[in-house]
Design a protein around this ligand. Structure first.
Ligand code: PA5
Length: 424
C-alpha cells in the first residue's frame, strides 16, 4: 500500500508532525496494548490479527460446515456486525455476483427489515434441496438488536429443522443472552471479545467465519492487518500512516472542514466506503463533534457530484483510493465509433488510472486538499492492510478530537423509541 499526502493535503509536514507529536503518549498506550496482546483494553481490537486461537476456532468450524454443495451463506447482522464482512466480500466477489450467477458459494446479507427482500429470501430458502447447500450465521454482539433477531426468526422459520440444528452458527459476546440461548439449544457459538466493539470487529469471528465459508483467504486478510498494525505503531510519526492521516483530518477539521470524502476508483470497493462511514460516524460523532464521511465512486460520481466537489463549497478533505488492476481487457484498436481520442488499444485499467490521475490533477489545480492510498492490488492482504489502517486512524483521530471513540450512546435512542412503538 502506498499512502501519499505531502503537498496534496495542503498542510506542511511541520504542521502534521506537530499535531502527530500530541499523539505520542497515546501511541505508547497502543504499544502497551499490543505488547499485552490480550483483550483488556478498549483498543484491544488491534490484537485480533494475532489471535491464532480465535482464527483456529473459526477454521475448525468452517471445516465441519464447508461442503462442495454449499451455495449460500446467510449473514444476519447489522452495523458493525456485518459491514466489514460485506466490505471484503463485495470487493472480491459480491460486486460481481450479478454477472457470475453460477459462482458459489454466495453470501446473502440480511441487515435492515426489508419486507420485500426478506419475502424473496424466504422463497429462495424454500427451494433449498439439501441442508449442505446453506449455512446461516447470525451475528449480534448484544443479542438485542430488533433487525437481527427478527430477520433471524423469519429465516429459521423458513428452513427445515435439520438446517436449524446442523447448519446454524451464532456469533456473539460470551455470556450475552443470545449466546446463552444458543448454547442451551446446542447451536455452535463463536466469541466476540467483550472489549471489541462492532465497528472494530471485522477481524474477529464476526468477519472471519462467514468470509472463510465464502472461500476468502482469511490468513492473507490477517497477514495484511498484522503488517499494517505494526506500521501504525511506528514512532517515526511521518512514516506512520494512521497517525499522519488522523493528524491531517484533524487539522482540517479545526479549520472548519467537516467532510471526509472517500473517493474509490474501483466500484467494488464501495462497501469498504460504507464500512468506513460507520467507523467514522459512530466513533467520532458525539459531544457535538465529528467529521461527516461520504463515499464516492470514480468515475461514476464525477458525473453526479463532481461539479459540486470541484466548484462548490470548499468544505471537504478527500481520500482518493485506487489499486492497479490485474485484468487485461483492452479497447479494440479498430473502433466502430472512433469518437474519443487516445483510447484505442488501451487497457481498461489504464483508462481508469488516467481518470483517477485527472481527478487528482484537478484537485491540485483547484488547491483542494486530498490524500492518496494506492493498494498493491485488490486482494485479501491489501484489504486487511486498509481496514487495519483505517481502524487505527480512527483511534488516533478520536484522541485528537477528545471523544470516546468506542461508544455510540446515541444509537440507543432510536432503539428505545422503536421498542416503545412496537409495544403499543
Ligand atoms: O459498531 C457498533 O457497535 C454497532 O454498529 C453495532 O454493531 C450494531 O448496532 C449492531 O449491534 P449488535 O451487534 O449488538 O446487534
Amino acid at each position: 500500500m502506498k499512502f501519499t499526502f505531502t503537498d496534496t493535503c495542503r498542510l506542511s509536514n511541520n504542521e502534521i508532525e506537530k499535531t502527530a507529536k500530541i499523539l505520542l503518549p497515546y501511541l505508547k498506550h497502543l504499544q502497551l496494548v499490543a505488547d499485552k496482546n490480550n483483550y483488556d483494553f478498549a483498543e484491544s481490537s488491534i490484537n485480533l490479527p494475532f489471535d491464532e486461537k480465535s482464527a483456529n476456532e473459526v477454521k475448525n468450524l468452517v471445516k465441519k460446515l464447508k461442503t462442495k454443495k454449499l451455495q449460500y451463506i446467510v449473514d444476519i447482522g447489522i452495523g458493525g456486525s456485518n459491514l466489514g464482512t460485506k466490505a471484503v466480500y463485495d470487493t472480491l466477489f459480491g460486486y460481481f455476483d450479478i454477472v457470475q450467477p453460477d459462482r458459489y458459494p454466495k453470501m446473502i446479507f440480511l441487515d435492515t427489515n426489508d419486507p420485500e427482500f426478506i419475502s424473496r429470501i424466504v422463497a429462495l430458502l424454500k427451494r433449498i434441496k439439501s441442508p449442505e447447500e446453506i449455512v446461516i450465521n447470525a451475528i449480534s454482539k448484544s443479542g438485542g438488536t430488533t433487525e437481527t433477531i427478527t430477520n433471524l426468526e423469519i429465516v429459521l422459520a423458513s428452513v427445515g429443522k435439520t438446517i436449524v440444528n446442523t447448519r446454524f452458527v451464532v456469533t456473539s459476546d460470551k455470556g450475552s443472552k443470545f449466546w446463552n440461548f444458543a448454547t442451551e439449544k446446542n447451536v455452535p457459538c463463536l466469541e466476540i471479545p467483550t472489549t471489541v466493539g462492532g465497528r472494530y470487529s471485522v477481524l474477529s469471528p464476526v468477519g472471519l467465519f462467514p468470509l472463510m465459508m465464502a472461500d476468502l483467504n482469511i490468513d492473507s486478510l490477517l497477514a495484511g492487518a498484522r503488517s499494517m498494525r505494526n506500521k501504525c505503531l511506528s514512532k517515526s510519526v511521518l512514516a506512520n500512516p494512521a497517525i499522519v492521516s488522523a493528524a491531517i483530518l484533524f487539522l482540517h477539521n479545526t479549520k472548519g472542514i467537516n467532510i471526509n470524502d472517500n473517493f474509490f476508483f474501483h466500484p467494488e470497493l464501495e462497501s469498504v466506503g460504507k464500512w468506513y462511514r460507520q467507523l467514522m460516524g459512530e466513533s467520532l460523532g458525539k459531544d457535538g463533534k465529528g467529521i461527516t464521511p461520504t463515499v464516492s465512486i470514480g468515475s461514476t460520481d464525477l458525473h453526479s457530484v463532481g461539479q459540486l466537489y470541484f466548484g462548490g463549497p470548499k468544505d471537504k478533505i478527500t481520500t482518493i483510493i485506487g489499486a492497479p488492476s490485474a485484468e487485461t481487457v483492452v479497447v479494440p484498436g479498430n473502433m466502430t465509433f472512433p469518437l474519443v481520442a487516445h483510447v484505442e488499444n488501451k487497457k481498461f485499467g489504464v483508462i481508469m488510472d488516467a481518470i483517477r490521475q485527472g481527478v487528482a490533477a484537478t484537485y491540485d489545480n483547484l488547491k483542494l486538499p486530498y490524500m492518496t492510498i494506492i493498494l498493491d492490488d485488490l486482494s485479501e492482504k491489501s484489504l486487511g492492510e486498509l481496514l487495519q489502517f483505517k481502524m487505527m486512524e480512527m483511534m488516533f483521530l478520536g484522541k485528537l478530537l477528545g471523544v470516546n471513540t468506542f461508544n455510540q450512546p446515541h444509537v440507543e435512542l432510536y432503539k428505545i423509541e422503536t421498542k416503545k412503538i412496537l409495544s403499543r
